[in-house]
Write a protein that binds this ligand. Structure first.
Ligand code: CAA
Length: 248
């Protein structure tokens, strides 16, 4: 069987790390791509994945920069082979109500969370289409489905990711490439830990399952969508939110 090469942006983050581990356990060669400036976290990540015997490697990327994404894709493909799987898990929050939101809060979130998806997909999609195989998974958010107080920027970017996902899914459906999004709810990550405690407790009280999600509970869904056998699922959005938002 071919060893599939997977590029995971935000690969050293809360969800990204767990996604890398799941993909490696399923036999993929995984490249965790993230900001090189996060030196302490990069070192910690490398210790954390040492047990995977080189199946998970770090590469620097800045998803907000189109040319930097092109360069990372070239490096990865030269060193490890064509990218078969792309998981866009890079994301930031700059939570504040709209009346206080500075243009930079808007721009940073949209450029990283949404334009970042364009910047990576644009650089891998042609190769995937030519080879007749690809799996793209975009990590969106329940807050892109419901909107969230203090997140006009983030909710807009996350909802936008899903529109992008559906449109690209149609463009590449006949080329063996699937494009899906996964919309996590509130999970046990640093991003959620940063929410003020009283607000976080109110949110948890409204999750039917009664707790935060585990990153591994998101990662296993991503892994499933990335399988060779998942070729009939495309343009879908899979919620993993403990029942926080139910849609039909
Ligand atoms: N709904 C309605 N009213 C709310 C509210 C809510 N959810 N939250 C706060 N308010 C009210 C407050 O009670 C307060 O009312 P008063 O003015 O009458 O006192 C007012 O709105 C506060 O307004 P401010 O502009 O002063 O807001 P703030 O600076 O106090 O806090 C905030 C705003 C920083 C956005 C804060 O509400 C917050 O952190 N909220 C959580 C946002 C959140 O869930 N982020 C998710 C991060 S994790 C993630 O994004 C991962 C994922 O994908 C799930």
């Amino acid at each position: 069987m071919t060893t599939r090469v997977a590029l995971v942006t935000g690969g050293i983050g809360g969800l990204g790390t767990e996604i890398c581990k799941h993909l490696a356990r399923s036999g993929r060669r995984v490249i965790a791509a993230d900001l090189a400036s996060r030196t302490e976290r990069v070192a910690e990540f490398e210790r954390e994945v040492a047990a995977y015997d080189g199946a998970i490697r770090f590469e620097p990327i800045n998803v907000a920069d189109f040319d930097a994404c092109a360069a990372t894709v070239r490096t990865v493909e030269a060193n490890y082979g064509p990218i078969d799987i792309l998981v866009n898990a890079a994301g930031i929050t700059r939570d504040t109500t709209l009346r206080k939101m500075a243009p930079a809060h808007w721009r940073d979130v949209v450029e990283i969370n949404l334009s970042g998806v364009f910047n990576t997909c644009r650089n891998v999609v042609e190769g995937m289409s030519e080879r007749g195989f690809g799996r793209i998974v975009n990590i969106s958010s329940v807050n892109g489905q419901t909107g969230q107080f203090g997140q006009t920027n983030y909710s807009a970017a996350k909802a936008g990711m899903h529109g992008f996902t559906m449109a690209l899914a149609r463009e590449v459906a006949r080329k063996g490439v699937t494009v899906n999004s996964v919309s996590p709810g509130y999970c046990r990550t640093a991003m959620v830990a940063a929410i003020p405690e009283n607000i976080r407790n109110q949110i948890i009280a409204n999750i039917p399952v009664g707790r935060l999600g585990e990153p591994s509970e998101v990662a296993r869904v991503v892994d499933f969508l990335c399988a060779d056998e998942s070729g009939f699922i495309t343009g879908a959005n899979i919620p993993v939110n403990g029942g926080y938002f139910m849609d039909f």
